[in-house]
Structures are given as C-alpha cells and as structure tokens.
Ligand binder design. Structure first.
Ligand code: AGP
Length: 632
C-alpha cells in the first residue's frame, strides 16, 4: 500500500509567501545572451522552477523576452533558436511560491506595451494594495505574480517623469518587503535600473562591462572587483559607470571589494554532483578553518565585536539559525556549556522572532548561517538588535548581509557550497563552534594554551577520521543504499550531542531523497514513536562514547530489535554490545569527547547521498528547495 502523507500547517495570523531566486544581468561592450545564460546557470542552485531572459535586441530595437518553465537547459534550447541579442540583458531563475511554475509566471515580466522588462528576487508584501491602485489607473495584469505590480509601478513612474532614477525612487518608496530587481527599458537601452532591498545583489566591474548578480560566484571568472549594493539603495548601471543612490535620491559612493574565488569552486571537476565533491572536501575545509583560527590570535575578539574583558565577563551565549545551521547550533550548545562553562540557549530563527523575548544582558548572540543571506536569521538579528543585544555571526560568506548587519563575525572556511544540501558548511560550523568554545575557555582561564592546541589537534584528527571512514565504508554504503532506498520512512535516533545530529541526518536524507525521515531523541522512543517501529521503518542509531549515554543507547537498540525493527548503527570502536545488536553497522574510530557528530558526519552524508543516487534524484537541486532562503 503506497503511503500518502497528509501535511497539516498551523497558520498564525498571516501566511508568508516566499521565493528566493537568482538574478544575473549584463551591460557592456559584448553580446550578452550566451554570457548571461552561462552565468545564470551557476546560480541555478538558488531556484530552478523556471528561467527567463530579456535583452534590448540590436536588430529589432525592441525588448525581446524568452522564458521557459523548468531547468535553465530548456531556456538555453529556446535561446539558441532565437536570433535576438544585444549589449544589455537580464536573466532570472525562479523558485515558485507565488503563482504556479508556469511560463506565464516566469520572469522577466513586462509592462503592457512590452517596452520594459524586469526580474525580481524577493516578495512584495503590499502587492495586493498596490495592485488595486494600478487596476484603477487602467493597468491590466497577465500573471499571478507579485512582481508584475513592480513592473507597472516603474512603468507609471517612467511615463510620469521620463526619468529612470525618479521612476525607481517613486517605486521603491512604495514597496514593502524584499524587492531586489533589475529592469531594462527600450527607451533607456544603455542603462539597467537596479534596486536592492533585503535580497542580495552585487555588481562585478570588468573590462568588458558590468556583471550584476545575486552572488558574485556567477561572474568570478570575469572579475574579482565587486560593488555590493547597500541595503535600500537603487543604481543606474551603464557599460562603463555605476550611479548609486539611497531612497532619498542622495548619491552613494561606489566602494568596491576584492573577492578571491578559485574557478574550481564552481566546477564539479570529476564528481557527478557538487554534493559529492563537497562531501570529499570536508577534511581540507576543516583543516583550513582550524589554521585560519590559529592565525587569528588576539584579532579574534575585536573581529567578534568584543574586548578581551567583555569575552571574560560574558554571562551567557545565545545561538540561532535555520535548518542545518540550527542543528549545528544545537550541537554547539554542548560545546559552550561543557567546555566554556557558559549557559547557552538555542533559538530556531524561523520561529523565535514571533516569541516574546527579553534579551539577557551580558550575553553574546551568535547567528549561524552558511550563506549569510537567510532572511529568517537576518530578521531575528534585527529583532534582537531592537533589544540592544550584542550580535556576532558564524558564516561562510564574508561579504554577506549578515556580516554587514552583525556587530562582529567569525568565518568558517568551507569555500563556496553549491549543492543545496549543506555538507562541508555543517562540518566547519561544528569546527568553528568547538574551537570558539575552547577560545572562550582559554580567555576565561578554564584551560591553558596546551589544551587549546590539543583542541585544534583533535579537530584535525577528526577531519582525518571523517575522510577515512568514507573511504573505508564507501563500498558497503553503495551496496546497502538500494535496501534503504525502498522504504518510505526512516527514523534517526541519538542522545545528548548525537540527538541534534540525528535531526541533521534525517534532514539530509529528506531533502535529497524525498523519503520521510524523522530525527528523534532515543530516550523519547518509548513515549510514543516506538509505535512506528516495524519492518517498514528502518532505524538509524548514532552512538555516543560516554559510557552512561552508550548504555542507554544499547537499551534503545534492544527496544527496536524487540519489535523486529531493522537497525543500522553508527558505532565507535569497541562498542561490541551495540555492534552485535545491529543489522548493519559502520564503526568509527574513537575521537575527543563531544566530537562524535563531526566524526560521523561524512558517513551520514554519504549514506543519504547514495540513497538519493539510487532513486535518481536531482541531488544538487532537489525539488522545492533553494540554497539561500532570502525571504521569510
Ligand atoms: C540544509 O541542507 C539546507 N540547505 C537548509 O536547511 C539550510 O541549512 C538553511 O536554509 C540555513 O541556511 P544558511 O546556513 O545559509 O542560513
């Protein structure tokens, strides 16, 4: 009997509509079409429900729009057949929520006389009200999208003022929400009109022109000289110049940053998927992160926005994030409490900002985010800031919005993470949290320099274990995957620090294989979920090295076996009783206390990857997902 899942959603007051997407645009001295499509493809991890392109066509002197539902390959086929091209063009890939993933709802959207085309990343929260006003002005709407409101607002402004800057200012000052866009008008074909509000946007300044993108990864092979548009700003971008303004129309300086990115970062090299490449990159990423921390020395505290004395006097830590970053925070809590002896609270950013909260004084709030662009986490930063909380961030992207909005930051050195499912970011987040907890303990006199170096050594040893266990069990996991791929649901169990790790294991499998998986505290099993245990629900159990906790987990394993449950165990060397209970077992060498999750991370991710591979899933771009969730 095929299992059908009923999803119940509790809405509180209002429903948020979200759609992270990717934008790439170009204006310069060379023909744009092929270049725009190539660079847009690098950003497709941000949304892949439809793709579109528009240019000011040199032959017809018209705005020509091409768009297709589905992956960008479909758009490329269409574009190849079309003769249109020009020196100014805009492109977009979409993650649909507001209106079906159809050709009609795909971006770019145009005004009623097709003289203006626009691509948008974000959501217009007051689109309904604005639409009513525009309908009264005689505008007609072709699509279900919120974006069309923005096109008509700008069109009205251009008709009224005949000036792109004035029209953009009029429009952005009426829009609420995340409203980052790039527009191209027939009468201003030497200029792209751009705005940044919430969702990120940057401009790569190169010899051959201006490359505008949601992420500089798109044009990294072109230039490393980048202008990151400030929040709530507009810009007029020409082939050789950028004019930036705030929402009052005041000029803003064009301050560029040099970003260094290895082209191999956005190539799969000889791996079938970015996810597999990034799983194998973890040892190097962890070692690179540890050596970066080691070199930081006393620069750490000012970079985190603290003085040494403040680091000594802090009373507590608050960690927060979403998805995998929230799981890392849950594991980090054990590090700060056990190693630095600091009371630590963890908050789920997508939920917490609606809670009544009194920010404790003398606490450091650490936002954990790979991309540094997750809107829920950004919004919680803004919420805590209203309460004068001190905010730092642990992130993978130094040029991200979260670094700009926090008081301080600490980087993880994972390198660009392209696959939607987070892998090396997770392991380097655990590395960062473990190292920082030790650094606080050192500053607060709980440990000495020798113990600090030992912690760095333990991290590098675990990085080795992570890599070697994948090599050791690669063949086994590839052989085992078809067995697990046949099931509709799996349960992941852990205790203490391996419970949040079980949450991460379940998320990894869910998001790339579409199999329903639940991470669960093993101690809670007998309080309900053990009712799910039968021959249709394999149980994945993550062990622990602490003897007391291990014994409890042995008890849980016996409970599962007593109900004919299939048991796959991730055990540590010498844990014979648990190993003998298991139907399948992957054994990991002993590591430093609390580093159990990091030691098992490679195996856990490779296991999920192989199951998704057996099921033929689009592993790097799983359905319904996007890499950076840039609106709430
Ligand atoms: C993880 O595999 C997912 N991509 C997702 O849960 C992600 O961790 C979450 O959206 C948070 O992203 P961030 O770390 O970039 O803020």
């Amino acid at each position: 009997m095929k299992m059908k899942f009923l999803v119940l959603v509790l809405t509180i007051g209002y429903i948020h509509l979200t759609h992270p997407c990717s934008i790439f645009a170009y204006i310069g001295t060379k023909l744009a079409k092929a270049h725009v499509l190539k660079c847009l493809a690098r950003l497709e991890y941000r949304g892949y429900d439809s793709a579109g392109f528009a240019c000011f066509d040199l032959v017809t002197n018209d705005i020509v729009v091409l768009k297709k539902p589905g992956k960008i390959e479909k758009l490329k086929e269409l574009a190849l057949k079309s003769p249109c091209d020009g020196y100014a063009a805009i492109g977009h890939t979409r993650w649909a929520t507001h209106g079906q993933a159809t050709e009609l709802n795909a971006h770019p959207h145009t005004n009623n006389d097709n003289t203006f085309a626009l691509v948008h990343n974000g959501i217009i929260e007051n689109h309904f009200q604005l639409k009513q006003q525009l309908l009264q002005k005689g505008y007609t709407f072709k699509t279900e999208t919120d974006t069309e409101v923005m096109v008509h607002l700008l069109d009205a402004g251009i008709k009224e003022t005949g000036d792109l800057k004035e029209a953009a200012l009029k429009a952005v000052n009426q829009l609420k929400g995340a409203c980052t866009f790039v527009g191209l008008h027939k009468n201003f074909s030497d200029t792209l009109v751009v705005a940044r509000q919430r969702a990120p946007l940057c401009i790569g300044i190169a010899e051959d022109g201006m490359h505008i993108a949601s992420d500089f990864l798109a044009f990294a092979d072109k230039t490393n000289n980048v202008f990151f548009l400030p929040e709530r700003s507009i810009a007029l971008v020409k082939a050789g110049a950028i004019y930036s303004f705030d929402y009052e129309g005041n000029s803003l300086p064009i301050e560029t940053k040099t970003v260094n990115l290895q082209p191999s970062a956005y190539e799969k090299l000889d791996h079938e998927h970015f996810m597999l490449k990034e799983i194998y990159e973890q040892r190097t990423a962890i070692e690179r992160t540890v050596s970066y921390y080691n070199e930081l020395g006393d620069e750490l505290w000012p970079q985190l926005g603290l003085t040494k004395q403040e680091a000594r006097d802090l009373a507590s830590i608050n960690l927060f994030g979403c998805g995998t970053s929230w799981h890392a925070a849950r594991i980090g809590q054990f590090f700060f409490e056990s190693i630095a002896n600091m009371p630590t609270a963890v908050h789920l950013a997508s939920e917490f900002r609606y809670m009544k909260f009194f920010a404790p004084k003398d606490s450091l709030f650490i936002a954990i985010s790979q991309s540094g662009e997750t809107a829920d986490t950004l919004e919680l930063i803004r919420y805590f800031k209203q309460q004068h909380a001190r905010i730092a961030t642990l992130t993978n992207v130094e040029t991200s919005s979260i670094v700009r909005e926090a008081d301080g930051y600490l980087l993880i050195k994972a390198g660009p993470e392209i696959a939607v499912a987070s892998t090396k970011a997770f392991s380097t987040q655990l590395t960062g949290l473990y190292w920082l907890a030790h650094r606080f303990a050192l500053e607060r006199g709980l440990i000495d320099e020798v113990a600090m170096r030992q912690a760095e050594h333990d991290l590098c040893y675990v990085a080795q274990v992570l890599e070697q266990t994948i090599e050791q069990y690669e063949v086994n996991i590839i052989a085992d995957a078809p067995y697990y791929a046949q099931f509709q649901r799996l349960m992941y169990l852990g205790r203490h620090v391996t419970y949040p790790f079980a949450l991460e294991g379940a998320l990894k499998l869910k998001e790339i294989s579409y199999i329903f998986a639940q991470g669960y505290p093993a101690g809670e099993l007998k309080h309900g979920s053990i009712a799910l245990v039968d021959e249709h629900t394999p149980v994945i159990l993550f062990s622990h090295q602490n003897q007391t906790i291990y014994q409890k987990l042995v008890g849980n394993a016996q409970e599962v076996k007593a109900r004919n449950g299939h048991l796959l165990v991730f055990a540590f060397e010498g844990q014979d009783e648990l190993i003998h209970l298991a139907d399948k077992v992957y054994i990991v060498p002993k590591v430093a206390p609390l580093l159990e999750p990091l030691a098992m991370t490679g195996l856990m991710q490779f296991f999920a990857y192989q199951i998704a591979l057996v099921l033929g899933r689009d592993i790097d771009k799983p359905r319904n997902l996007a890499k950076a969730v840039t609106v709430e």
